[in-house]
Design a protein around this ligand. Structure first.
Ligand code: SAH
Length: 223
């Protein structure tokens, strides 16, 4: 065996790769066993194509088509954890992107609606959901800044693009007792991930951490 082989093997062995992936998640604060289990089941490698495919198991955001990005796995884990979705919940995700986040939510709740303003991204994600048999996900081309009025209200809403403020229509489509997780702030700067809980009397906000997401853009994309 050459030295190169010895170095190459651990990275290529799927079991070893998965162990490292989960270790990185835990060491960055993803500790909820349900979230870790859901993330263990979904292979991020299926959602990253082309020249970046070999970096799919690194804890880093990566480019996807339409100038968008698949989020960093530990950020996906922390957002999913903060959302605290239960098995009976209906969740709206704004920003399908690669479909990775929606696939993870699929294992944690009853139904996932995911929307993106780019048709190409929705179509590619749908094909992966079909291949994986994730039949509780409905993906749709829509401007998610308006929410999804036909399916509202939602137990949980997860926004994976940065808004200047939590969009009013999304707040309105959150059930009482519901939780929304959304990055807020200027699109080209560091943003703050916030959690909004809706009570009988109003909304409570707490700040979770600094993040960096692509912006929430109004209207539909060209592709
Ligand atoms: N959750 C994704 C990553 C999302 S990147 C994943 O797991 O891969 C952010 C996505 O939000 C992009 O795909 C972008 O097209 C989408 N987006 C931005 N503004 C939007 C809007 N108003 N409505 C719906 N999707 C939007």
């Amino acid at each position: 065996m050459t030295e190169d082989d010895a170095e190459g093997i651990p990275d290529q062995d799927p079991a070893e790769r998965k162990m490292r992936f989960l270790f990185a998640l835990r060491s960055r604060g993803v500790t909820d066993p349900r979230v870790l289990q859901a993330m263990e089941r979904i292979d991020r490698g299926l959602f990253v194509r082309g020249q970046f495919a070999d970096r799919a198991y690194e804890d880093t955001p990566l480019p996807i088509p339409c100038g968008q990005t698949i989020s960093q796995p530990s950020v996906v884990g922390l957002m999913t954890q903060a959302l605290a979705a239960g098995p009976r919940d209906t969740v709206l995700e704004v920003g399908t992107g690669s479909g990775y986040q929606a696939a993870i939510l699929s294992g944690l709740c009853r139904r996932v609606y995911t929307v993106d303003r780019h048709r190409r991204l929705v179509q590619e994600a749908e094909a992966i959901f079909r291949d994986l048999g994730l039949y509780n996900i409905t993906a749709q081309v829509a401007d998610g800044s308006r929410g999804l009025p036909d399916q509202a209200p939602f137990d949980r809403i997860l926004v994976t693009a940065a808004a200047e403020d939590p969009p009013g229509p999304l707040l309105a489509q959150l059930k009482i007792g519901g939780i929304m997780v959304v990055p807020v702030g200027q699109s080209d700067a560091v943003q703050t991930l916030i959690r909004v809980r809706r009570s009988e009397t109003g909304f409570d906000y707490d700040e979770l951490r600094q993040v960096r997401f692509v912006p929430l853009v109004e209207g539909l994309g060209q592709t």
